[in-house]
Design a protein around this ligand. Sequence first.
Ligand code: FA5
Ligand code: MG
Length: 425
Amino acid sequence: GPRLTRFVTTRTTPYHINGQTYPLDDHSNVPPTILAKLDRNLHLNPSHPISILRSIIESHFSTFTPVTPSSPILTVTQNFDDLGFTPDHPGRALSDSYYLNKNHVLRTHTSAHEIETYQKGLNQWLLTADVYRRDEIDSSHYPVFHQMEGASVWPSSELYKLPQMNAELASKLAECPLIIEDTSSISPENPYQKSHDPEHAAQITQHLKHSLNSLIFRLFGPIATKDGEPLRIRWIDAYFPFTSPSFEVEVWWDGDWLELLGSGVMQQPLLNRAGVPDKSGWAFGLGLERLCMVLFSIPDIRLFWTEDPRFISQFTPGQITPFKPYSKYPPVTRDVSFWIPDASKKGVTQWHENDYCEIVRDVAGDLVETVQLIDEFTHPKTGRRSKTYRLTYRSMDRNLLNDEISGLQSEVERRTISEMGIEIR
Ligand code: FA5
Ligand code: MG
């Protein structure tokens, strides 16, 4: 089965959200810091970079219908089972996802809304929402981020139009200073589906690639090609349970490949389940934060959540403008070394770094900037494992006091001792 680490919340009363009650059970692991994010709706504020980027992508795909789902609380069936996630898929683990209880999860990806959107009869749509994942802590990871899901499907009677549409898209792309490095290939590991005519599957795949290359050029072209260099985009094989073939797309940015999105040809059983067995097509899921950080020069992912007016006042609806950092307050660091619990003993939970980060975040909220593993070793005689973490605290909008950080740090230590069974060295 999945790796189910039990994160012990200090919570004792059921969750009450929007008039609904969710009884606690041994899966409940949503802390108050996360609950507080459920109604921020950054993607609906027209002056927020997330929403600005959303509207620019929506205007690029002008024939697609914009969709906003209402609640981030989904059943485990909607978020995982309906999409073909196997019972032991790691995404289901308590260490990676937020559960209200064993039946309800905070959506981990916008793909969870694919079926209901096809059920509405939409063929071309763009759905934007907040998604929740337990993760490490650094300047590009935050437990809440935003995804945009886009899809294009056609009834079988319209597939004959694809070659013409592809030819038009290809001729527009040919005019762009663009290098596409397509390392993907159709193979037994990443096949066209048996129920698809390979001709049609190839046309759908090509339409997917052309459509996303043209979006990425629209977003990055103006900044990336400023000094005469072409924009580089890379396609690589991927795996998702609900698409085949599947691809990830990266863009060359600042001397490195940056992962932008996952995509592929929709698995036909999913479209059948959505009541549209006669349709076929493609979908993608794009992370908005990382894209915004590059396009708006936003240096830290926590800034998206700040309520400091010096952030939001810098942006204009509909425009990509560079962010001017208003000040960077000094960091305060603390190192802590401890023995992790021995999971071979009965009743002892497997150590997981996400559980540690979760407690740090629960205590320090957005004051924690990074949690870095800086040393680890196994004691040669006892076999016990030691880890040393460096916790960096920094506020986005004020100076931190030493005493304040010492208080947070001892609370982190107290809780990790009592809830995770670590032993400070
Ligand atoms: C998915 O979530 C799939 N649902 C995407 C998909 C949709 C595939 C439709 C096929 C068809 P993945 O976990 O790789 O895939 O996330 C998609 C994108 O979200 C990533 O490429 C990245 O841009 C962004 N993302 C993922 N994790 C994080 C994170 N912790 N912080 C910020 N962005 C993230
Ligand atoms: Mg990925």
